[in-house]
Design a protein around this ligand. Structure first.
Ligand SMILES: Nc1ncnc2c1ncn2[C@@H]1O[C@H](COP(=O)(O)OP(=O)(O)OP(=O)(O)O)[C@@H](O)[C@H]1O
Ligand SMILES: [Mg+2]
Length: 427
């Protein structure tokens, strides 16, 4: 089974099951949900496993990653009593890149139909995609009819020329292939790949946030991903290969303590911002290489914060500069939803607010039944959002992987690649 196993999402019949797989740098999560008579998903199987062989969202050890995936899937299968064959998978690695491209087609028969939309989506100029990248998402974000901008749904309207601004999210083809191979080796087909910030936004944002314009930041272990939603659609996605693991490593180095201890100290005592009384509170820290486990040094909390704060500041400064460089900072407005395991660090919200100069709220998965106390936390946002994606995007305008990246000779000639009028109008 190869990567060509990726297909268009099919409409799921009621009573059917949907399965998602989040292959993260810290953990692999598999969720199995059953769709009830009303079309609502209830989680019936949860499997999670410490991640191995994944760094900054990319596979670095195929065998280890495959084993972690198999175990997570097996636990979810056992809990649900279901045997699964297809999964919707997140893509965190592969340096996901975002761009808005414009596509225009003549309308056949005057009235715009689904078929015209599909032709416009297919006709995008794929010459803008670097040779070693492949399309993960092609999301229509706005339409133009005979030069009139800002149309949200042109179906049923009349015109001669249909223009479409498409948000293309691409990723390195080799990273996608490595992940696909690990999953296929476990005898699973891939229903769709979804970039992490897309899933995180679907899980944690309320509809108004996605509609009015907001950003989601998923602070993971090996990476921090950013998504911007506007008018209900994902309009920008990016990923920075720095996350909670880097904070842990800084602590391990700074306090000469083993990684495991640094992780413990971070989650129990770590804060992202200095507070009153930090000089008086001391923390016992075991030393690396010491045979005597009782041999500890004592550090004040302010020393610990002095290690954590610059790294977290660096992460949010990178987020800010990526958003500013993208041109989507203004579209994202003043609202940020912060999620991912790293968002549990004490004080991280205040620091994010300060560096980004936006209103930040902490997000966790919403609107799903059957998640346990533990699997309802921010670290499970991506896995939960994948379920929402798999359900909501059924029957939507989507391209098969073959259609997304046509061979060069099939590329339509004379199409413009530009930032759409829609985008300019909303700045
Ligand atoms: N209470 C806590 N305080 C601080 N950090 C925490 C806390 N709980 C978890 N973390 C950190 O969250 C990170 C893991 O987050 P998450 O589970 O979202 O990562 P992941 O999805 O596996 O990784 P990625 O998205 O980068 O591939 C780890 O670095 C961990 O130390
Ligand atoms: Mg993650």
């Amino acid at each position: 089974m190869g990567f060509t196993g990726v297909r268009k999402l099919k409409t799921k019949p009621k009573g059917d099951i949907v399965t998602t797989l989040d292959v993260g740098s810290s953990k692999v999560v598999c969720l199995i949900a059953r769709i009830d008579g009303q079309g609502t998903a209830s989680v019936v199987g949860i499997g999670h496993q410490i991640s191995l062989g994944v760094r900054a969202g990319a596979i670095v050890d195929m065998e280890a990653a495959e084993t972690a995936i198999r175990h997570a899937v097996a636990s979810a299968e056992e809990m649900s009593g279901e045997s699964i064959r297809e999964v919707t998978v997140n893509l965190a690695g592969g340096a996901p890149a975002s761009q808005i491209v414009y596509s225009e087609v003549p309308v056949v028969g005057g009235e715009i139909t689904d078929a015209d939309l599909r032709r416009a989506l297919k006709a995008h100029n794929s010459a803008v995609i670097p040779a070693d990248f492949q399309t993960i998402h092609a999301i229509p974000v706005s339409y133009t009819i005979d030069g009139s901008n800002g149309i949200r749904d042109p179906r049923g309207m009349y015109g001669e020329h249909l223009g479409m601004d498409i948000h293309l999210v691409t990723a390195k083809a080799t990273a996608v292939r490595n992940l696909a191979t690990c999953i296929n080796r476990g005898h699973l087909d891939i229903d769709a790949f979804v970039v992490s910030p897309y899933a995180a936004g679907l899980a944690c944002m309320v509809e108004d946030e996605r509609e009015l314009g907001s950003a989601v930041i998923d602070l993971g272990g090996g990476s921090t991903s950013i998504g911007v939603f506007f008018e209900g659609r994902l309009v920008f996605a990016d990923c920075i290969p720095v996350g909670g693991h880097h904070i842990t490593k800084d602590i391990a180095r700074g306090l000469t303590t083993p990684i495991q201890e640094a992780e413990r100290v971070k989650t129990l005592h770590g804060t992202a911002m200095a507070g009153i009384g930090d000089d008086r509170e001391t923390i016992d820290v075991p030393q690396v290489g010491e045979d005597d486990p009782g041999h500890m040094i004592q550090v004040t909390r302010s020393i610990l914060t002095g290690i954590i704060q610059p790294r977290v500041e660096e992460i949010f400064e990178l987020v800010r500069s990526r958003l500013e460089a993208s041109g989507f900072d203004k579209i994202a407005g003043r609202r940020v939803v912060l999620t991912g395991g790293g968002s549990q660090l004490t004080g991280v919200r205040d620091l994010a607010q300060q560096v980004l100069d936006k209103q930040v709220r902490l997000g966790r998965p919403q609107g799903l039944f059957g998640l346990t106390e533990q699997s309802n936390g921010p670290a499970f946002a991506t896995a939960a959002g994948l379920l929402t994606y798999a359900l909501r995007h059924q029957g939507e305008l989507m391209l098969t992987s073959a259609e997304m990246d046509p061979e060069p000779e099939e590329k339509p000639a004379g199409l413009m690649s530009r930032i759409g009028g829609w985008f300019k109008e909303n700045l």
